[in-house]
Design a protein around this ligand. Sequence first.
Ligand SMILES: *[C@@H]1O[C@H](CO)[C@@H](O)[C@H](O)[C@H]1NC(C)=O
Ligand SMILES: *[C@@H]1O[C@H](CO)[C@@H](O)[C@H](O)[C@H]1NC(C)=O
Ligand SMILES: *[C@@H]1O[C@H](CO)[C@@H](O)[C@H](O)[C@H]1NC(C)=O
Length: 370
Amino acid sequence: MCSRRQRKWRWVAAVCAVIILTLTALRTSTSTRTGRPICSFDIIREHCVKHNYFPTGGQWVNDKHGDEVFVPDICRFTESAIKVDKVQNCLKRREVKRMLFLGDSNGIRYFEAMVHLLNKTFLCKLEKTHRSPDFLPDAMYFTNGTRLNASDIVVHYRDCRQCYETLVACTAPQNQGVSFTIKLEFLAMEYFLDTEVTTVRTKKQNNIGRAGWHHSTSTQEFIFSEYLKKQPYPDVILLFSSNHDKARNTLEKMRADMEYLKSLINVYVPSTTEVFWFSTLSEYNNKKPKAYRNRKYERKYAANEYIQLENRHLFEVLLPELSKRDSVIKPFFDIYSMSYGVLHWSTDGIHREKRWYRAIMSRWLQTFCV
Ligand SMILES: *[C@@H]1O[C@H](CO)[C@@H](O)[C@H](O)[C@H]1NC(C)=O
Ligand SMILES: *[C@@H]1O[C@H](CO)[C@@H](O)[C@H](O)[C@H]1NC(C)=O
Ligand SMILES: *[C@@H]1O[C@H](CO)[C@@H](O)[C@H](O)[C@H]1NC(C)=O
């Protein structure tokens, strides 16, 4: 038994301990809130390596114009959206002359959002587009302006109705006699591996590949090893993981296809190019047509369950790249959790209102322009 005096001192010590702990907790929470670093791709990459996933934490809050903007937990942005006049200087400073977007019907909407952002200060004009009404890619798109030979290109039907290829050139008004043009291109990439556009050569050609017999056995190989090689390689590639794979592939096959695409990038993309590989966004069953609403994938997973597993596989496939500071492959915030926060922007269960794509491209540009 302790004396009354000892008990009193214990009580005082306990109270002091609680006060000290509370003060320390308060101090750390304020300092992490105000002292968060400015968002950059290095911060995102470091988070990925340290926490074993793309950054998921954050909130959508109203900015002073009443627009909902994403505020991440791990870092901060100095503005609620990219300032229109900053875009031009940033792209000029970073010497971005070509940007390529790869993806499905969501991917093309990010492309359109970026063109919309640039078209506020640049003069953006369509350079080429070939839209076939019947799901068949048009080989002429890829030969137009590239000296590829259409008779080598084999096309197959795609599943994506809204996918097509398009190239836009945005020119900045002359500044002290110097004009500046940036080309933005969208190429459909419906899966991590597919055969919608391939090449088969029956004659030796000396202008392609080391052996002169180069065949591309997938759309992905065709894009990275042939089409892009026929012109200045893009400085920036934004690769949007599609929502199509789950309808066709098991998770295991999909992961193998992700590995395949990653190795193509490592083989063919020059070290001067940066490839930003985005995870897949969430879907919203309530807005889907009835026939798709409760569809199960691999006979057991609901759409969003499957997408989360898919993104987990993507993370694991990309992790060895993210661990290297000099890899061409760069991560972004987790698109699934960002998109889950604004499910009410879903238009048909798969796609979102324009403000979603614009918000994401604005945050990407802000991160790119630090
Ligand atoms: C850019 O904006 C102009 C003026 O609003 C419009 O006519 C043009 O079609 C836009 N360019 C693109 C490629 O969307
Ligand atoms: C290339 O594309 C442009 C724009 O879409 C078009 O006007 C032109 O006819 C095309 N050229 C060929 C050879 O297909
Ligand atoms: C394209 O390929 C075909 C068949 O191999 C050949 O006859 C034709 O000369 C080629 N065209 C060009 C422009 O190289």
